[in-house]
Design a protein around this ligand. Structure first.
Ligand SMILES: N[C@@H](CCC(=O)N[C@@H](CS)C(=O)NCC(=O)O)C(=O)O
Length: 246
């Protein structure tokens, strides 16, 4: 099948990583159009989206990461999502939990500590047009402020979000306790991609598209949280998914 796929992203966005991973896993050729916030808005608005990722094809666009994976599943059936109805139900429950809780809280936990020009610059600018990079010092103060307010970044937000992440990790740990290899059993699926991509900010897999920040540049509490999350069965599972499937 010949494709002319373009994936609009913010480099560090973990929802973008989920879509990027699915495309790579299916070995579908695509061009990534990475943008620094707020320039992603110019790129996405003509497709009716506000957030990233957006997958653009010759016939239309999908403006949500799960919609993108579902669209790819229609093109390549039985590769990303299971056919078995029982597994489908578990998949929907887990994907909803990961999208709605894990992704929200790993992002809030991360932004609570790395929203400084030095730490955020490489994560926002990897692969973006050079003129966006040049504008980083001008836009950072304003965008940083918007992010603080829209994600409710406060003195206690990292700790609050860490507790929410722990609840999701506990659910994953419980599922894995029966010895299953993947979240839905013995086959790698979109649910594993969703878990690992959305957990990535706190487990920091070395195989990630964006290189992890050197640990000693990060605040001590962040280092502690990361080590603790990486040592859980769910954290180890996420790291293993990156190692074996990314
Ligand atoms: N439900 C959406 C959420 C995507 C999302 O939250 N994207 C963030 C980046 S991680 C974003 O685009 N933020 C900037 C904005 O909303 O303008 C999806 O799964 O695609």
């Amino acid at each position: 099948m010949s494709t002319n796929f373009r994936l609009i992203t913010i480099p560090i966005s973990h929802y973008s990583e989920k879509a990027r991973w699915a495309l790579d896993y299916l070995e579908i050729p695509y061009r990534e159009l990475a943008h620094m916030p707020p320039f992603h808005r110019n790129a996405t608005k003509k497709y009716g989206g506000t957030s990233v990722p957006v997958l653009v094809t010759d016939t239309g666009a999908a403006t949500d990461s799960t919609d993108i994976l579902r669209y790819l599943d229609r093109l390549y059936p039985d590769k990303l999502y299971p056919i078995d109805p029982q597994l489908q139900l578990l998949g929907i429950e887990l994907e909803t939990l990961f999208n709605g809780t894990l992704g929200i809280h790993t992002r809030r936990w991360g932004y609570s500590s790395i929203l400084t020009p030095k730490l955020i610059y490489p994560k926002w600018t990897c692969g973006v047009p050079f003129w966006e990079k040049l504008l980083f010092p001008v836009i950072f103060p304003k965008v940083g402020k918007i992010i603080r307010s829209s994600f409710d970044i406060t003195e206690t937000s990292a700790a609050e979000s860490y507790r929410e992440i722990e609840i999701v990790f506990k659910r994953v740990t419980e599922l894995l306790a029966d010895g299953r290899k993947y979240l839905l059993g013995d086959r790698f699926s979109a649910i594993d991609i969703t878990f690992a991509a959305l957990a990535a900010p706190i487990i920091q897999p070395p195989e990630h598209h964006i290189k992890p920040t050197e640990l000693d540049l990060l605040p001590i509490q962040m280092q502690t949280d990361m080590r603790k999350a990486q040592a859980t069965p769910a954290g180890k599972f996420g790291l293993q998914l990156y190692q074996e499937h990314r």
